[in-house]
Design a binder for this molecule. Structure first.
Ligand SMILES: NCc1[nH]cc(CCC(=O)O)c1CC(=O)O
Length: 354
């Protein structure tokens, strides 16, 4: 029985996946709620996604679009939990009916970082940048956005998938017999997990435009849960909200998720919001980029700016790039076409992802 009303004894249950990063992020939100509302009760629930057969079936029927968040949303909507804590970049730009983003917390540095294999030297010198890596050196990342942009700027490097949670990935990197010279990872995740010391260099724009929403935490609640929404309002960091609203509106118009080669960079300078958007072909050959800046006075203004940016990108060559990405994906098999066994495999992979 969903409990959406408010009484002083209500316990708000925060939930996320059970990965180390997800748990740390949930605890960040928990600490913020306890600090702001010392008289209220909060609890956490960490959901392992070794989903039972019914859940796997449900995921299959729902399609592969938002596997990251679907299972948690089922628990949110049925009232088992009250607040879902996500890395905002993993949250689809359109939420299911009945779910809303109640809070967006202050963003960590959204840049991607270069992490070089421990002790790696080239010509007797430590590697401090992608430029220092020799022809054919293998860089690990599973993100099409990172591969597309970096192939274009560093054609001498080879990009290779790397899977597993952060510890596993770093172990694969440092394995003397392993193929990787370096990895590209979101700085925010490294810092939150206590691996900030492994960052060799930040790859900020214009070297690499980060993912929409990267570095920010989002809290998803039931749209009709006025009490949870009121608590969330106290956690929201307005400058992060405006920047992320613009970034997400841009991606929403481009109809992409985290698996399209779309990069952004945004800044709020007084009332002026500026946002750069990029779309890059998977092989790095084509690239469109545009920057808009406007005075904004509301989240709606920020969203309008992001949507306008998307239209400019589409009209200046972005449409052709995105269509080519869609064709490429279809040829590799759409998520909707996957068998239940394949969905299980995807789930297991996500479970181990950071
Ligand atoms: N897609 C995985 C993911 N989702 C959120 C983060 C890191 C935290 C963040 O970007 O907010 C990561 C890891 C990475 O991309 O290196």
């Amino acid at each position: 029985m969903p409990v959406s009303g408010d009484d002083a004894t209500r316990t708000f249950v925060l939930a996320s996946r059970a990965s180390a990063l997800a748990q740390i992020q949930t605890n960040i939100v928990l600490d913020a709620l306890r600090a702001a509302f010392p008289a209220r009760a909060f609890d956490t629930s960490f959901m392992s996604t070794q989903g039972d057969k019914n859940q796997a079936q449900a995921l299959y029927i729902l399609g592969g679009k938002s596997l990251w968040t679907k299972e948690l949303e089922v628990a949110l909507l049925d009232g088992t939990v009250d607040m879902l804590v996500h890395s905002l970049k993993d949250v689809p730009t359109t939420l299911p009916p009945g779910c809303v983003l109640g809070a967006i917390l202050e963003r960590e540095d959204p840049v991607d970082s270069l992490v070089v294999k421990q002790g790696l030297e080239v010509d007797g010198k430590a590697v401090l940048a992608l430029e220092d890596l020799p022809h054919g050196a293998v860089v690990g990342t599973s993100s099409v956005r990172r591969v597309a942009q970096l192939k274009r700027k560093f054609p001498h490097l080879v990009f290779k998938d790397v899977r597993g949670n952060l510890n596993t990935r770093l172990a694969k990197l440092d394995d003397p017999a392993g193929p990787y010279a370096a990895l590209i990872l979101a700085k925010a995740g490294l810092v939150r997990l206590g691996f900030g010391g492994r960052v060799t260099a930040d790859l900020a724009a214009p070297t690499l435009y980060h993912a929409v929403g990267q570095g920010a935490l989002g809290v998803e609640v039931r749209a009709d849960d006025a009490a949870a929404l009121a608590l969330c309002r106290a956690l929201t960091h307005e400058p992060t909200l405006w920047r992320c609203a613009a970034e997400r509106a841009c991606l929403r118009v481009l109809e992409g998720g985290c698996s399209v080669p779309v990069g952004v960079d945004s800044a709020l300078d007084g009332p002026t919001l500026s946002i750069t958007g990029t779309i890059t072909a998977i092989d790095g050959t084509l690239h469109v980029q545009h920057e808009l800046a406007e005075r904004v006075g509301s989240v709606e203004d920020a969203e309008a700016l992001g949507a306008k940016l998307a239209r400019v990108l589409v009209e200046t060559g972005g449409r052709e790039i995105l269509d080519a990405v869609a064709v490429d994906r279809a040829s590799r098999g759409a998520a909707e076409d996957k068998t239940e066994a394949e969905v299980h495999k995807i789930e297991a992979a996500m479970q181990s992802a950071v």
